[in-house]
Write a new protein. Structure first.
Length: 176
């Protein structure tokens, strides 16, 4: 196990740089902080930490790798949530007459979840989904970075996806 004094020294010396690396890649303060924490937990649990010749290089590489993994996971989740929203919208457009109440419930829940989002997140989501603007076009229009637009879209999709998923589970026929 790593010496606590050495760990504290490495943490204090490298935290800020690792945070900047993660924040640049991820674009979210909270996610960057969590990723840096993961890097240090991994180091703490690494029984071969003494074999690491260039500690700063090792830590920066670990931060970059974990940040990229986070971005890939987030994009996959966002894509899955977008497909779910599209499926629900298609279902709404082609709904069977015997299920109009369920479709109304889903639409009401989606509207409520959307209206509960912060104004900027809501606006970005609507520009993308209703006006069909790309993230770059939204960033240009709102004078934001593309990473900021990605962050807000991810937030909107996460909230909407969770709400819609909860509704679908509640509406699913239960076997008794």
């Amino acid at each position: 196990m790593m010496d606590e004094a050495l760990f504290r020294e490495l943490y204090e010396r490298h935290w800020s740089k690792l945070y900047n690396v993660c924040h640049y890649t991820i674009g979210s303060r909270e996610a960057a902080e969590d990723t840096v924490t993961e890097v240090f937990i991994s180091l703490w649990n690494n029984p071969r930490y003494r074999d690491i010749e260039h500690m700063e290089h090792y830590l920066v590489r670990a931060a970059k790798n974990l940040s990229l993994k986070y971005v890939v996971r987030r994009r996959k989740m966002d894509e899955a949530l977008l497909r779910m929203v599209d499926t629900l919208q298609d279902h709404h457009r082609h709904s069977l007459p015997e299920r109009p109440l369920a479709v109304k419930e889903i639409n009401a829940l989606a509207s409520a979840a959307l209206s509960a989002l912060p104004g900027k997140t809501q606006e970005i989501f609507l520009l993308n989904r209703e006006e069909g603007l790309t993230y770059q076009q939204i960033a240009d229009r709102m004078n934001l970075s593309v990473k900021t637009v990605e962050y807000h879209m991810s937030k909107a999709l996460r909230v909407l996806g969770q709400s819609l998923l909860a509704t679908l589970i509640a509406m699913a026929p239960h076997s008794s």
